[in-house]
Design a protein around this ligand. Sequence first.
Ligand code: SME
Length: 178
Amino acid sequence: MAEYTLVVDKTGELRMDADAKRERYGVVLDQIRATLQSERDLLAGMASIVCLLHNAFPYYFWTGFYRRVAERMLLVGPYQGTMGCLWIPFERGVCGAAARDGRTVIVEDVHAFPGHIACDSASASEIVVPVFDAADRLIAVLDVDSTIPAAFDQVDREHLETIVALLRGKEALPVVSM
Ligand code: SME
């Protein structure tokens, strides 16, 4: 049975070193695996991942998915943090670049990234990880922003790629009309 009490304060020292990150990702990965193993619904899975990640890391400022809702268009949600931009075309921003290329993008300084979309001017760095379904089609990206520069590294990439792979095979359960 996983513990779900890891809730961080977003003030004070936000930065974590690689060992501290690895240890924390280990705990969160156990929580996410335990939550997702018996859950088929994609949106419930995404919402749980966002909640558990956002509340585990002090340097996470905005944590959320952009779902692919058209051939070359992303739409926000679920997410935690300040107000996010709603629609992002594949041609724009860090999210668009990760969606276009199907590769994780780490940006140490968002102000230096051509076409970066500033949903909140407090963001300084970010990581965007593509999400694929069981047939290897891109269905979403996971976007995490930080208020501290160069907050994300290969430790974040490795663990976030492992985490989003747990969504493979899950589907949006149909909404029934009453
Ligand atoms: N910065 C992102 C947009 C999403 S928000 O930061 C929540 C981008 O450039 O794609």
